[in-house]
Design a protein around this ligand. Structure first.
Ligand code: SF4
Ligand code: SF4
Length: 372
């Protein structure tokens, strides 16, 4: 569509207003929010133009908009807005609208963004895991000491979970491609653009260093909390990959003093610490965090439950937990842990955790066209 052909979409405007809690009509387009935003590029700065477009319901200009992904939600713009229109919350709501618009399978985006549909989202992994266990012929509490591989044989677990993850990510990738096309259409390169892959290393450096957080005036604690969860999560993924390889060797299950096990437990502690800081800030520092949405909480709670259930599963195995000689408690915890894996890892493209992918793509595009 030609950029001049955008049409107001009042329903889109209402939805963004509802999600952000912002009275969009109150914006007087003074530009103060862009002036105080330390991340806004000099040419076509955000978030004031997004506020104007949101107020007009110009959906086509806001879906695939690269700038909403350059914002790190520091809240400076909201603090200095003379009309209290909460531009930071509006930008967060626009990011959410982007997830939902580009999510493929589209119904998965809806499923994971509406509290009323949470039971359905929960039942999908429960049903699939039961089907796999039934096919493997192991859907029962095994005899003897706690041994998760007797409940869910490694070959079945690794092959089915890997295939399902690749299938979900492959379908989601088509949505990401549409997002990329829309970014190019909405903000074409002013001059000769660099190849996006040539910007991969600088962008990864930017992400790993959390330099976007440093640009804002009031985000030191947010940066520390995000780093703890980000690196803790990354470390845990590496330990999990090692554990998958170890199932093919005699190195499994790992002992408590195995260096990878120690690294996994250290990663869990980092995640607990980071999540604790995030929750505390969301509850007690609303001035910076603004309005926390259902998807914000779903992600925090999912990561917390994944990490906690992982810790309990480990303790249950090491302590050979049983009630009256029955080890079902350990296997119930293990089952729940696998459901949590679905919510965080397999559902990633449809939850707020998808920002890992969308923000990376937006940064790659922005840097390739020289937008800083
Ligand atoms: S959101 Fe607030 S600061 Fe930004 S342009 Fe509107 S009134 Fe001004
Ligand atoms: S929240 Fe911070 S980074 Fe985002 S637009 Fe406002 S001032 Fe800029």
């Amino acid at each position: 569509m030609n950029m001049l052909e955008v049409k107001p979409d009042i329903e889109f405007k209402r939805e963004v207003g509802r999600m952000s809690g912002s009275q969009l009509n109150q914006c007087m387009q003074c530009g103060n929010c862009s002036a105080v935003c330390s991340l806004a590029p000099a040419g076509r700065p955000f978030p004031s133009k997004e506020m104007t477009w949101a107020g007009w319901g110009l959906k086509e200009k806001l879906l695939g908009n690269v700038d909403v992904w350059l914002c790190y939600q520091c809240g400076d713009c909201s603090r200095y807005c003379p009309r209290d229109v909460r531009p930071a919350d509006v930008i967060a709501a626009l990011r959410m609208k982007n997830y939902l618009h580009y999510a493929r399978l589209r119904f998965m985006g809806k499923l994971l963004s509406r509290p009323a549909l949470l039971p359905v989202a929960f039942l999908i992994p429960v049903a699939v895991i039961i089907i796999i266990l039934s096919a493997a012929g192991t859907f029962r509490v095994p005899e003897g000491p706690v041994d998760y591989s007797a409940f869910f044989p490694h070959l079945w677990l690794n092959s089915t979970f890997t295939l399902i993850t690749l299938a979900f990510y492959g379908i989601a990738f088509t949505g990401l491609m549409r997002f990329w096309r829309d970014m190019k259409r909405l903000v074409p390169a002013a001059g000769p653009a660099k190849k996006p892959l040539s910007k991969l290393l600088p962008v990864l450096r930017e992400i790993f260093a959390h330099s976007g957080f440093s640009g804002c005036a009031s985000t030191r604690l947010r940066k520390i909390a995000h780093m703890m969860v980000f690196f803790g999560f990354g470390l845990l993924l590496m330990v999990t990959l090692y554990a998958i390889v170890a199932t093919f060797t005699s190195n499994y299950p790992m002992t408590f003093w195995n260096p990878f096990k120690i690294a996994g437990n250290a990663a869990s502690l980092m995640i607990y610490g980071g999540l604790g800081m995030m929750v505390h800030q969301r509850i007690f520092n609303k001035q910076i965090f603004g309005k926390s949405s259902y998807t914000d909480w779903l992600l925090l709670v999912s990561i917390a439950l994944l990490t906690l259930s992982g810790t309990l599963v480990e303790w249950a195995r090491l302590g050979n937990w049983a009630i009256d000689g029955n080890h079902s408690i350990a296997y119930i915890l293990y089952f729940f842990h696998l459901v949590a894996v679905w919510f965080v890892i397999i559902f990633l493209p449809f939850t707020k955790l998808g920002h890992l992918v969308y923000r990376t793509a937006a940064l790659l595009y922005a840097r390739s066209i020289g937008r800083k």
